[in-house]
Design a protein around this ligand. Sequence first.
Ligand code: NAD
Ligand code: UD1
Length: 309
Amino acid sequence: MAEAPILVTGGAGFIGSNLVDALLARGYHVRVLDNLSTGKRSNLPQDARVELIVGDVADADCVHRAVDGCRAVVHLAAVASVQASVEDPLGTHRANLIGTLNVCEGMRAAGVRRVVFASSAAVYGNNGEGEAIGEDLPKAPLTPYAADKLASEHYLDFYRRQHGLEPVVFRFFNIYGPRQDPSSPYSGVISIFTERAQKSLPISVFGDGEQTRDFLYVGDLVEVLVQALEAPQVEQGAVNVGLARATSLNQLLQAIGAVLGQLPAISHLPARAGDIRHSRADNSRLLSRYRLPEPPTDIREGLARLLGK
Ligand code: NAD
Ligand code: UD1
């Protein structure tokens, strides 16, 4: 009998496809459930150990079929854009919360216990502005995206208590790296800035550019996700995943300019509604439970790898 696969929902997307590569490199079989809304078939390698199911996490039957026979689940499928959730709260809710509930129900029915979940730093809202954000700060979701991530965490905890699921909840800060798709104005800022800088197209900064983010290279993130899948036991409580370093957009632009040797014209537009001003992880819980690569990839190194320099 073929080895039981790991199910990666959203596995054809940016983070998901980088994780699939890391799992294959460790010898796992992988099943991907993805509706290819932002993910791409071409993000997945041609490998007999990868099975792609094109389907929606909001479709309970489809999720049940995908979970059946798996050894564990990494639940990444979601509308990843905070701004998209502001424009279409109900549409994003189907993927971002109903999708999580379907995964929980599918796992309960199939007797699968371990699930690694992609929550977000967005659950903190503007709490802890200017300081490192610890997991126990009050939560203040400002957008439908953040509300659905926080509600997903609560549902996962319910299934842990009631049905013995083993959820590992990670609150990702800002992840960047290869295969992050820059094609929408709502895409991750590093994917947009690097693509435009390479093509010498003008760059728009929303606000004064002094907002800060804690940028983590995707290769470092997937190492942590694999450890969470393989850990013999799961400790309770969500875990921040970030580098604990704040980089402003202005500093980011400088760093891109330093790697490329040039920058295109930069203009400033009004700040986005619901945009968080400062976001930096307190990652001490992460470092006490998991290992980041030593040294972790700093922003200059990560940009150089992304830009092929
Ligand atoms: P992405 O858009 O590249 O990946 C999301 C994947 O989910 C895509 O392949 C998409 O096609 C798929 N998908 C979307 N809706 C679906 C649905 N209804 N059914 C099935 N598949 C669906 O984005 P990403 O950056 O790789 O994000 C992965 C996860 O990490 C998301 O849950 C996102 O909220 C979370 N996250 C990302 C970041 C970041 O900085 N990139 C930060 C915090 C949390
Ligand atoms: C990002 C993630 C979200 C995650 C959150 C966790 C994406 C698309 N979003 O949201 O899934 O939950 O981190 O911290 O990956 N900006 C510009 N110009 C642009 C694009 C963006 O100035 O062309 C600004 C934005 O206004 C914002 C900053 O860059 O101030 C970062 O934006 P973005 O990359 O969309 O990330 P978050 O909103 O932090």
